[in-house]
Ligand binder design. Structure first.
Ligand code: SF4
Length: 355
């Protein structure tokens, strides 16, 4: 079969197609739909890097796939490995934009952190990702390529166990492309990653939280609160000005009612800014009536920004106050401290704005 050959970068990623769409494509090429499972197994399970490796497919089908689709059109322009074996990739997309993704290793977990947008419109003052604003949403294929590239960094015996959507961008602002990507990972015959091992982190867009709740998915919701009152939160997370904490908590409560999944509240600790005992008490007051978990995140230093993490005792004091109020809480372990692991830093450097 002679098909025109397009530059690979211009071809759609084959995993951008849903299984149904891929089945239709197979039928249109005279192949039975059961080829879909084979194709997806090669991509998501067997870590191939070339269509030619799908050796249980007829040669003509492999050629048609290679002629019409791409597998890894993005370019890895940086690959950092930290002393704790956290790995970070900076990918250059077809249009020259950059995104980051991270693989974190813990004893029994292999967690990946994905980006959903080129840049971010939320403008959180402590975050490198928001410094250049947002350029565009990532496609479903661009989100999945991050997963597949990180997966290929692991040895054969290891699999990705957890997915967190906490990279560059506001995930709920790109729900339409994110959900098909997560559903694809969740499917048997994909990576089979359980919905309860997938966490979507949002700055708190109430309408979108409700929309997510109504999709009937079991993905975890993490809300980035970062401050216990509107005055301080609006300074740190400017989009809060038109939303307000009460609205966000009400939407998160709705998500809990619909899904039964406990909501996590993320709180990045900025020394001298939001880490005082009264802040911990206010936060406890907000969450006491709720089934919630607080994840404290000591600030990951970004050279271009004037914030630093609190001392360890101060972090522990904050934690103790929450515990005194009976709020389940933990401090996130620092991963990749010796590489540019703060979200958006590599991209900033690639754009010529970083140190
Ligand atoms: S912290 Fe998240 S929501 Fe805020 S600017 Fe950074 S990427 Fe966007």
């Amino acid at each position: 079969m002679n098909l025109p050959v397009l530059p690979t970068a211009l071809l759609p990623r084959v995993y951008e197609l849903t299984p149904d769409e891929l089945a239709a494509w197979c039928r249109s090429h005279g192949a039975t739909p059961y080829r879909v499972d084979q194709i997806r197994k090669w991509i998501f399970g067997k870590r191939i890097t070339d269509f030619a490796e799908m050796h249980d497919l007829p040669a003509a089908l492999r050629q048609a796939l290679a002629a019409e689709f791409s597998l890894f059109p993005a370019e890895v322009v940086r690959h950092q490995v930290s002393a704790d074996r956290t790995e970070k990739l900076l990918l250059k997309l077809d249009d020259g934009e950059f995104v980051e993704c991270v693989l974190m290793r813990e004893e029994d977990r292999r967690t990946i952190c994905l980006s959903t947008q080129v840049g971010c419109a939320m403008g959180c003052v402590f975050c490198a990702s928001g410094m250049l604003g947002v350029k565009r949403n990532l496609t479903t294929g661009e989100i999945l390529e991050q997963v597949l590239r990180l997966d290929r960094l692991l040895p054969l015996a290891e699999r990705i166990t957890n997915v967190v959507i906490m990279g560059i961008g506001e995930p709920l602002a790109n729900l339409k492309n994110l959900l098909p990507a997560l559903d694809s990972l969740n499917l048997k015959g994909g990576m089979g990653i359980g919905a309860r091992r997938i966490t979507i982190s949002t700055v708190g867009l109430p309408d979108r939280i409700r929309e997510l709740a109504l999709t009937d998915r079991q993905y975890n919701l993490a809300v980035s609160l970062h401050a216990p009152n509107d005055e301080l939160r609006t300074k740190l997370v400017p989009v809060n000005k038109n939303i307000g904490i009460d609205e966000i908590l009400a939407a998160a409560d709705y998500h809990f009612q619909k899904t039964g999944r406990r909501v996590t509240y993320e709180y990045v600790l900025l020394s001298g800014v939001n880490d005082r005992p009264e802040h911990a008490q206010q936060l406890a007051g907000l969450l006491k009536p709720r089934i919630a978990h607080v994840n404290l995140i000591p600030m990951n230093g970004v050279t271009e920004l004037p914030f630093v993490e609190p001392t360890a005792p101060r972090t522990q004091d904050f934690l103790s106050i929450l515990k005194q109020f009976g709020i389940p809480c933990s401090v996130r372990k620092r991963k990749g401290a010796d590489i540019d692991a703060a979200c958006g830093q590599l991209r900033l450097q690639a754009e010529g704005r970083g140190a």
